[in-house]
Design a protein around this ligand. Structure first.
Ligand SMILES: [Zn+2]
Length: 103
């Protein structure tokens, strides 16, 4: 059985598929409105992380001078739930490895 791609959330799946709920996000420290978008995630925290992935696509968070944190708020799209506020950060990790050699 091959993978199918959901037209709505673009997730690849096998068998039964249920779309993750859609969240609206708002960049509280943002400079442009283009950073506000809807994302699909299982929960608010996941939505904030998903937003960060899009926003950090060109290294906006990782390469920022001094400020490596962005604040956004998130809520289920179309709901009147209170906004949940998140600070998102990105980390660059470097993995070192060592191999024993005989001299
Ligand atoms: Zn879907």
């Amino acid at each position: 059985m091959s993978y199918q791609k959901c037209n709505l959330c673009h997730e690849r799946y096998k068998g039964v598929h249920l779309c993750k709920p859609e969240w609206e996000t708002e960049h509280l420290w943002g400079k442009t409105f283009e950073e506000d978008r809807t994302v699909r995630a299982h929960d608010a925290e996941g939505a904030a992380e998903r937003w960060a992935e899009f926003y950090d696509d060109d290294g906006a968070i990782r390469n920022a001078d001094g400020c490596t944190k962005e604040r956004i708020r998130v809520r289920l799209l179309g709901s009147s739930d209170p906004w949940q506020v998140f600070d998102v950060t990105a980390s660059q990790s470097i993995d070192y490895s060592a191999q024993a050699v005989t001299e």
